[in-house]
Design a protein around this ligand. Structure first.
Ligand SMILES: NC(=O)C1=CN([C@@H]2O[C@H](COP(=O)(O)OP(=O)(O)OC[C@H]3O[C@@H](n4cnc5c(N)ncnc54)[C@H](OP(=O)(O)O)[C@@H]3O)[C@@H](O)[C@H]2O)C=CC1
Ligand SMILES: CC(=O)[C@@H](O)[C@H](O)COP(=O)(O)O
Ligand SMILES: [Mn+2]
Length: 382
């Protein structure tokens, strides 16, 4: 039996993680959950899974849950609440399903406590990949990929040597506007941007997918997870999202992982690794039904965020934290209807241009840069 701590329980990855736990009660036991403001859903989850520790974003919501469940659960709130839900002496695995760089500190603290991490929360690796990978090594904990592309690469690497890899190829759907020219992106709506062709995900990652910042983040995530230089990580447009990513070896053999788009597959694999458990109610991949798969090269002028991500990743230091924070703030403002879709990349570009890079930043420096960058982007919007 594996004891699971889950932060971000009410979101897309969080609820699918709970579905995996629900399907395997003999294998997984939920000992804590952390949610944000979706208190009704959090309460239902507490009723069903009976974790002993619960965290929510706001004090008043924590009090409400504490009253309802009494002594059976300990309820916390805020940033400290996220840490309480992540660092438990008997946790075997923390699923980090939070959105944003908010996930960084709980991840680092759980690793210090020797807990293996399922890392869906890519912003943590983007913002502070050097700190996270160092900490994983120092405390001998596994950092298991949950993102579908990284799970595909992880699976395609199994039984092979990393020093025999020549190239990682990350597939990209192209997002909600993949058939649009740059001119057609003028004035697109939030609703249209949220309409991902293949995946049903949280709002922020759906916008990141439309700008292709998601793929840029995934390049950075792959760099840190698999220790591969940026020059050897490529992006391939593949609109069906059937091939989840590929690894090319030095003999030019290419291994890949395929499947119908269902995040419960990589979620479950991270949780059950190195075993594969049954997943009954997912769709089988019948290639004859699909008939054709399509591939294309990404255009770095059409998808500028992809270019910024490679540049920030190659530069390193504090620049990736700026990229992430500027993106988080700009996407938030776009979702609130305050800026246009195309101006997301404009704000990011300006934030990157003005930043004086600090090499090898500490956690405190990263947190400071994160805060300062959000304030800068917010002040540009007014
Ligand atoms: N969805 C997907 O298919 C995939 C997602 N990912 C990555 O996984 C991560 C999660 O994505 P996704 O599940 O889509 O995101 P969602 O927006 O659906 O969920 C985010 C979760 O974080 C919680 N949260 C947000 N702010 C706070 C806060 N201040 N305090 C506590 N909890 C908070 C939300 O709580 P609440 O709703 O209660 O406010 C929710 O539970 C992201 O990093 C994303 O890039 C990667 C691959 C695929
Ligand atoms: C499901 C998943 O892993 C997402 O990150 C997905 O990759 C988004 O799709 P695109 O970024 O390829 O549009
Ligand atoms: Mn992905």
């Amino acid at each position: 039996m594996k004891n699971i701590a889950l932060i971000g329980s009410t979101g897309s990855i969080g609820t699918q993680t709970l579905d995996v736990i629900r399907k395997h009660p003999d294998r997984f036991n939920l000992i804590s959950l952390a949610a944000g403001r979706n208190v009704e859903r959090a309460i239902e989850q507490v009723q069903e899974f009976q974790p002993r520790v619960v965290a929510v974003e706001r004090k008043q919501d924590a009090e409400k849950i504490q009253q309802q469940f009494g002594e059976f659960v300990k309820v916390f709130y805020g940033k400290e609440g996220l840490i309480e839900a992540s660092v438990l002496h008997d946790a075997d695995f923390l699923m980090n399903a939070l959105v944003g760089s908010l996930g960084l500190e709980p991840t680092l603290q759980a690793m210090e406590a020797g807990v293996d991490i399922g890392i869906a929360n890519k912003e943590t690796l983007v913002t502070a990949g050097h700190l996270v990978t160092e900490k994983a090594k120092a405390h001998n904990v596994n950092l298991l990929p949950v993102d579908s592309e990284h799970s595909a690469i992880f699976q395609s690497l199994e039984g092979n040597r990393i020093d025999e890899v020549e190239r990682l190829i990350l597939t990209a759907s192209g997002g909600s506007f993949r058939e649009y020219t740059r001119d057609q992106l003028e004035g697109v709506s939030v609703e249209d941007a949220l309409n991902h062709p293949n995946w049903n995900m949280g709002a922020k990652i759906t916008i990141d997918s439309a700008t292709m910042m998601n793929k840029g983040f995934e390049v950075m995530e792959a760099h840190w997870l698999f220790n591969i230089p940026y020059d050897d990580i490529e992006v391939l447009l593949h609109k069906e999202s059937i091939i989840h990513s590929l690894v090319e070896y030095r003999d030019k053999s290419v291994l890949a992982q395929l499947g119908t788009p269902d995040m419960r597959v990589p979620i479950q694999y991270a949780m059950s690794y190195p075993e594969r458990l049954e997943l009954r109610d997912t769709n089988r991949l019948n290639l004859w039904e699909i008939g054709k798969l399509h591939f294309d090269k990404p255009d770095f002028d059409r998808y500028r965020c992809l270019r910024y991500a490679y540049e920030a990743g190659r530069t390193g230091g504090t620049l990736p934290a700026v990229l992430n924070a500027a993106n988080e703030e700009a996407v938030k403002q776009f979702l609130q209807g305050k800026i246009t879709f195309l101006s997301i990349e404009e704000h990011i570009e300006k934030a990157l241009e003005r930043h004086q890079v600090i090499a090898g930043p500490s956690l405190d420096t990263i947190l400071e840069v994160d805060k300062e960058t959000r304030a800068y982007v917010s002040s540009r919007i007014g």
